[in-house]
Design a binder for this molecule. Structure first.
Ligand code: DX5
Ligand code: ZN
Length: 226
């Protein structure tokens, strides 16, 4: 099944001093989702922001908020992110021993659920939970920082996860080092949601240009471009 190509700018690369305007700018520029990276200084070696910032962003955009939790444990905070306005909450398979329970909890909160895997984690980690997710996030960098170099090795996992999904309504998202050069590689492997931080926010003030360039590059690679 061919899914629409979606572009999700990562706010991590925005100017935090002008956060509301930055979010509104990518919204107007055609972002499909807004990607929010939550880091705890424990699961990943960096700290970003928490539910109050998600709540602030919720007030300035109607676009789906794609909340990527790089925190361990995740379960104690799921309700807070759901209440803050997340539409989709993604937890890492590596973040704790009870992935299945975390995904059940996200769905019980009425939100879409995603599972993420780091570059060093095999795709078999997501197989037992596929019926509980709307999205599989394949990290194409080691999480923690924006602006890192795209890794090719996870592309093979994207292919294998696409085969595992076997036509179910589950999107594959890639995150880390996505540019007009790397998005086509991931699109050809089967990804349909593209997170881009530096490649969008580093290219302002006209964010429509980088968003549409990444979209066109990905669509061309899947034959959806006309
Ligand atoms: C990495 C984050 C990413 C990051 C991507 O830990 O999950 O979402 O913001 O940034 P770029 O697109 O700059 O690699
Ligand atoms: Zn992310």
């Amino acid at each position: 099944m061919s899914m629409p190509i979606l572009i999700a700018p990562s706010v991590l690369a925005a100017d935090f001093g002008r956060l509301a305007e930055e979010v509104q700018a990518v919204d107007r520029a055609g972002a499909d989702w807004i990607h929010l990276d939550i880091m705890d200084g424990h699961f990943v070696p960096n700290i970003s922001f928490g539910p109050e910032i998600v709540r602030t962003i919720r007030k300035v955009t109607a676009k789906p908020l794609d909340v990527h939790l790089m925190i361990a444990p995740a379960d104690p905070y799921l309700a807070a992110f759901a209440e803050a306005g997340a539409d989709l909450v993604t937890v890492h398979a590596e973040a704790g021993p009870h992935l299945h329970r975390s995904l059940q909890a996200i769905r019980a909160l009425g939100k879409k659920a995603g599972v993420a895997i780091n570059p060093g984690t095999p795709e078999s980690a997501v197989e037992p939970v596929l019926d509980l997710v709307d999205l599989v996030l394949v990290m194409t960098v080691n999480p923690g920082f924006g602006g890192q170099k795209f890794l090719d090795a996870p592309l093979e996992k994207v292919r294998r996860i696409g085969a595992m999904i076997a036509g179910r309504d589950i999107a594959i998202e890639v995150d880390g080092g996505i540019t007009t050069e790397t998005a086509p590689l991931a699109a050809a492997a089967g990804a349909s949601v593209f997170v881009a931080g530096s490649a969008v926010f580093g290219q302002g003030p006209d964010y429509a240009q980088p968003i549409e360039a990444i979209r066109a590059a990905a669509e061309r690679a899947t034959g959806q471009w006309t």
